[in-house]
Design a protein around this ligand. Structure first.
Ligand SMILES: Nc1ncnc2c1ncn2[C@@H]1O[C@H](COP(=O)(O)OP(=O)(O)OP(=O)(O)O)[C@@H](O)[C@H]1O
Length: 321
């Protein structure tokens, strides 16, 4: 449905490419998250897709139609898409409800109110319908600007850091409600995030950017199971990296990646380590230990003491290409 082909971009008057040969395709109704460190080009990619910037190389196709940037369109931005930027862009002199309904047709006012209510309900802000946005917190304003985009039922919804201002509890509920609603309405969502849980729990596919290059684009599960690089593996939290595979008794010239849950502490484990620290982290303990002078990390159901000798098994690992 949406094809981004060999897309490259540098800002006017800057030589360095902010995006370099980005290539991916999105199907209708899919949720895609774009992750990567600050400055890797996430927001720029959304702006290019939406048509706010003119790309230098490559093309963007929507079905078979070539999408163009602002130099080719009188009003920048494509009609079938909605883009929610990080600045929310709300009108403070009209109510929340009027903000959400700003771009809706007045032809059927009852329908318009229904659409406004439904969108406000998704972001749990219906009670604020008659309030003016300047009375709202940053997180509440963020939810209103998402509701305004939802109410228009775009085919593609582009969200720049949509949950960045929400506290953890609220975020879990609202994130799920928004994504469920989009799935129900077959709206394709492409969003940027710094929070891997957002990417993990809400997207079908993850696109990983590093310094303007796309280093992986794959189903969430596959990105974790088969990370393209050490950088990708580390995005998901704790990870063990062995540069010498012989420590595990195998021959490989590649780096070995082992996730903490793939190491099991056992009385009769094949390998031996020495505990550095043991920290309670809610459900179990995070155990750091030394294995042949390399610090590894795993989880364990019980507290262990420093310098304690443990035995462990490595149940799974992957070689980085
Ligand atoms: N208007 C601009 N003019 C020149 N350079 C820019 C402009 N906007 C962004 N950049 C540069 O482009 C690069 C990518 O920026 P972008 O905002 O796309 O990154 P990001 O991954 O979204 O970052 P963050 O996670 O911090 O929002 C950065 O090096 C940034 O400094």
């Amino acid at each position: 449905m949406l094809d981004v082909k060999q897309l490259s971009y540098h800002y006017p008057n800057f030589e360095d490419k902010v995006l370099d040969q980005i290539d991916f395709a999105v199907n209708r109704g899919e949720v895609i998250s774009i992750i990567g460190e600050s400055g890797s080009g996430k927001s720029t990619l959304l702006k290019l897709i939406y048509g706010l910037l003119d790309f230098n190389e490559g093309e963007i196709l929507y079905h078979i139609k070539k999408l163009r940037g602002p130099s080719y369109n009188l009003i920048p931005g494509h009609k079938m898409m909605k883009y929610v930027a990080q600045d929310y862009d709300l009108l403070d002199f009209v109510t929340v409800g009027e903000n959400v309904g700003k771009f809706l047709s007045n032809f059927d006012l009852e329908l318009k109110q229904q659409q406004i209510d439904e969108a406000l309900n998704v972001v749990e802000m219906l009670d604020f319908k008659h309030i003016f946005p300047n009375k709202l917190s940053g997180g509440q304003r963020q939810r209103i600007s998402i509701a305004r985009a939802l109410a228009q039922q775009p085919e593609i919804l582009l969200l720049d850091e949509p949950f960045s201002n929400l506290d953890q509890t609220l975020k879990l509920t609202i994130r799920e409600k928004i994504m469920n609603w989009c799935k129900e309405h077959q709206i394709t969502v492409i969003f940027t995030t710094h929070d891997l849980n957002d990417a993990f729990y809400t997207s079908d596919k993850i696109l990983v950017l590093q310094k303007g290059k796309m280093i992986q684009f794959n189903e969430v599960e596959n990105v974790r199971k088969f990370p393209a690089t050490e950088y990708v593996a580390k995005l998901f939290g704790y990870v063990n990296v062995l540069t010498d595979s012989q420590y595990l008794g195998i021959e490989s010239s590649s780096k070995i990646i082992i996730y903490p849950e793939e190491i099991t502490i056992l009385d009769n484990g094949k390998f031996e380590g020495k505990v550095i620290s043991s920290k309670f982290q809610g459900r179990d303990y995070l155990i750091r230990f030394l294995f042949k002078n390399i610090e590894l990390v795993t989880y364990y159901s019980q507290n262990l003491t420093s310098d304690e000798i443990i035995k462990f098994e490595v149940r799974k690992f992957r070689e980085l290409k």
